[in-house]
Design a protein around this ligand. Sequence first.
Ligand code: AMP
Ligand code: MG
Length: 424
Amino acid sequence: MIDLADALALIEQRAEPLPPRRQRLLDACGRTLAVPVVADVDSPPWDRAMMDGFALRGDDVAGGGGVVELDVVVDLAAGDVTSLEIRSGSCARIMTGAPIPRGADAIIPVELAIDGTSAAHAGMKVRLRDERFRAGQHIARQGAAFRRGETVLTAGTPLTAGAVGLAAEAGATHVVATPQVCVAILSTGSELVPPEAVPNFGQTRNSNGPMIAAAVRLLAAEPISLGIAADKPEAIRAAVAQGLAADVLVLSGGVSAGDLDLVPEIFRQCGVEKVFHKVRLKPGKPVYFGVLRRDHVAPTLVFGLPGNPASSLVCFDLFTRPAIQMLAGLPRDDWHLPRSRARLTAATKAAPGRPVYLPCTLVRSADGLTATPLPWTGSSDLVGLATANGMIALAADGGRYEPGDEVEVVMTRGPVTNAPAPGR
Ligand code: AMP
Ligand code: MG
């Protein structure tokens, strides 16, 4: 049995980022750019109207709150172009997003048209107040945001929605980015039935399968569900062999020390090198980690999680999540769930010999972060975890903690803001 920190170090030593791949822009969202994106156009591509109004020559405007009367010579909606030049005394009626015609160098917004001339079109006169006029106003200049040939996104940039938008504008239909990590998920246990079945006496619904798939999907990785394998060596071996084609295999059940806990031996037979089995942790003690190495292929990381659903999820969060983030090439700060200190609102008890992870509700108030333990009947109970936004991490001191005591917490749904967690 090893300590959590040692177990994490052993995973870190074996989780190499997967090589970047060329992928369609949208498929790469949530991943990290590996090759810079260089623009194939200027942005804006031409001088662009930023207001609905009248494009004119700044020289025609005296300034100081006077009125300027101009001939409208052309109407320009977004998408319209003209070869007409705007000369002194004339203007174009222009809509936001249209290119500025030659000769014009400012826009007076339509709201400043007076004497009922705001609807003036080509062939009519418009009268405009020149209130607060600035040379060049309401025009976005060609190349003001970026230039053709310029790097608009550097390697290492996370492909957020905004980054995908910018890449699209710069003409990148494909990008080279860290790949999606493929995670095979296998539930073992002869008692298990799929969620759509009504369990008979002695049967248990497979909640781990969908739960782990959901956790994988929330990391922008790709879950590959292998369903259920009964506690028979041939059944588990066949499914494991299939799962070992993925970047990560997450199996649940059959890793403790019972008669039907066949999994560690089957992993061995399939060529998986055991790295650790059993960690000083509650829940989650039986967790297994190993690696399958082959020539010319990235290794497959193999996790055997305990079958009890709460233990499974805690182990996924603590061990499998960082491994997936490492393979995805994410920066170290994104590997682990964030931790913090919080004050307990209710008493709770640590265990001797093993650190305890308990589901809790974290709330940030003026006095700082508070942690309220959720009712929890044990490692098969998902009710608390389902609504939790954190876990209380108690040291292995067997001590009793009182309301107001400061404890370490893990934020399972990201940084906690002022609002109480939804669902409570
Ligand atoms: P095991 O780790 O195989 O000894 O299983 C421990 C407990 O977890 C048993 O009560 C199993 O029925 C239950 N269990 C195992 N796998 C699952 C699963 N996929 N979904 C729900 N419960 C499970
Ligand atoms: Mg079992």
